[in-house]
Design a protein around this ligand. Structure first.
Ligand SMILES: C[S@@+](CC[C@H](N)C(=O)[O-])C[C@H]1O[C@@H](n2cnc3c(N)ncnc32)[C@H](O)[C@@H]1O
Length: 273
């Protein structure tokens, strides 16, 4: 098996700036889409060895709520652990990559790498809504979306955490099933940012997710996707398909919030080709 150093040397990855994020990211583009996707998953599993570290490091999925400090607020996210047993329900509790993405946004704004003030954001597969709540606290106009049966908990979490008088941005909730035509409100105007955490986990949903990303994405839209390293086949399939329409870059963990890094999580920026 190749050592960490050999794996890094084998892959000549270019560092570039993508979209409205001021930091540099590792461009995924070694050869064709399929080679690049295979190389990326091999590197991630080879270097980060995700299976050796603890899953759910930042969330307690059996708890009825998750407390987290962000943007000077103490956020309480209500969870429904019992719903997790229902087939097809995954958004009733928070996942690590949501916490990582939310804290990354806060860290990037604080360090001047990102500006969300007054920007339009659509979040996909919001689940319990932590990422969208943090984006609204950072001044964005956020539309949190998910499947119809996720709306109740999502609305409750927004009401619990975002009080209009104290908020720099705004947050509303809308149903959006990937692959369906998005509501006009989501695409007119097209969002400045699209966010998603732990939305790449089912091979069957990959093409619908990409279809929705394409519909939401204009020339000035920056997509941030954070994901859990559970299944290399699904991630490779996603990346290969995504690279046909998007330029994809990986955000190094050195740029994440220092207290919220995990070898089981990966983060990408996508912009339309
Ligand atoms: C693993 S959860 C992640 C939730 C949240 N983003 C987080 O990080 O905690 C995946 C989310 O995607 C949503 N989802 C799955 N398939 C979907 C689809 N076809 N259309 C819209 N949302 C979907 C689920 O309802 C769920 O909220």
């Amino acid at each position: 098996m190749a050592t960490e150093l050999e794996l890094e040397e084998e892959t000549e990855m270019k560092m570039v700036k993508l979209g409205s994020y001021e930091g540099k990211v590792r461009l995924l583009m070694v050869g064709g889409e399929s080679e690049s996707a295979a190389e990326e998953t091999m590197l991630l599993w080879g270097i980060q060895q995700p299976t050796l570290s603890k899953p759910n490091a930042f969330v307690a999925q059996s708890s009825l709520n998750l407390r987290i400090d962000a943007c000077g607020h103490s956020i309480t996210i209500l969870q429904s652990p019992s719903s997790l047993g229902t087939p097809g329900v995954t958004g009733s509790v928070m996942w690590d990559s949501g916490v990582v993405l939310g804290k990354f946004l806060e860290h990037s704004v604080d360090s001047g790498m990102l500006s969300l003030q007054g920007k339009k954001i659509v979040e996909l597969g919001s689940g319990c809504g932590l990422v969208g709540c943090i984006a609204a606290l950072l001044g964005a106009q956020v539309i949190l979306t998910d499947l119809p049966d996720r709306m109740r908990l999502l609305k409750k979490n927004i009401e619990t955490n975002l009080r209009p008088g104290e908020l720099r941005g705004s947050a509303i909730v809308k149903e959006l099933t990937w692959g369906d035509d998005p509501d006009q409100e989501l695409i007119e105007p097209l969002p400045d940012y699209v966010l998603g955490s732990d939305v790449i986990y089912s091979e069957g949903a990959v093409l619908d997710l990409l279809d929705t990303l394409l519909q939401l994405c204009g020339n000035r839209t920056t997509i941030f996707l954070a994901g859990e390293l559970r299944n290399d086949t699904v991630l490779e399939y996603f990346l290969e398909a995504a690279m046909k329409d998007f330029v994809v870059g990986r955000v190094d963990q050195t740029q994440w919030h220092p207290d919220y890094c995990s070898p089981r999580v990966v983060m990408y920026i996508l912009v339309k080709k």
